[in-house]
Design a binder for this molecule. Sequence first.
Ligand code: BJW
Ligand code: ZN
Length: 245
Amino acid sequence: MTPDSAIETARGWLRAASRAAALTGAGISAESGIPTFRGAGGLWRNYRAEDLATPEAFARDPKTVWEWYDWRRGLIRDAKPNLGHYALAQLERRMGDRFVLITQNVDGLHNRAGSERVLKLHGDIWWTLCTACGDVRSDFRVPLPELPPRCAACGGLLRPGVVWFGEPLPARTWEQAEEAARTCDVLLVAGTSAVVYPAASLAPLARRHGARIIEINTEVTPLSGEADLCLKGPSGEILPQIIES
Ligand code: BJW
Ligand code: ZN
């Protein structure tokens, strides 16, 4: 349980911050019913994220990888943002361009909660990318009529518009995320296991540049020892308390 005094400290830091940023992970969507990657419920048909979220897995078996994404697209379509997503949208309204939201999530729930400027480090589950002609578009159909889906422009094999292990993050988005980490006074890190790089390097970067790190997680992570404040509990409960309206 997080004591009231810790919540009060976090509120005070956030209120005093000239610039703030948040880094979110799968845990922030857990209360919306979206499974996280690691820990309980993180498996799909006995595959781990590391087995499926790779270019090699897709090259070997695009149908199975697409079945995983098609299943997740169904869960995400039926899910609603929770109070954690709404609290961060509220913080953006309060701070304007002095706040940056960086997410590792591909589910789009931050946008659906009203956040307008979201740096999506790992892409978007509703984007498709043609492996043959490079055509990028949004496709919101669930389930997809054919797995693996084919490009409407050239008939080539489509892949999800997300970032897999071994692939670079979108360059401009990453630059903006690093800039936000270097310049914020407070970084909220919510619902991430902090094991996947380079996203996990943002908190140490922010700290080296003088920011206070506030971690919000139900569990201890490799970041916990480095954080200035660890608020233990569900982000849907903690974030609304520290982001007062
Ligand atoms: C709650 C909660 C509640 C629950 N409230 N909390 C050794 C060292 C450093 C790096 C590497 C290394 N070996 C390999 C690498 C690189 C690799 C990497 O980091 N690997 C590690 C696993 C070791 N990284 C990469 O490959 C990245 N690319 C790269 O490095 O490129 C270099 C390059 C440069 C130039 C050319 C070529 C290459 C890419 C990483 C891509 C990650 N992709 C995925 C899939 C995205 C698409 C999809 O969604 O399908 O991203 S994997 C998956 O992990 C997904 C997530 O965004 C990411 C992070 O997971 P996240 O969000 O933290 O979720 P969980 O499940 O891990 O944690 C949930 C947390 O929530 C837990 O802590 C819970 O306790 C908590 N929680 N309920 C609050 N209610
Ligand atoms: Zn194509």
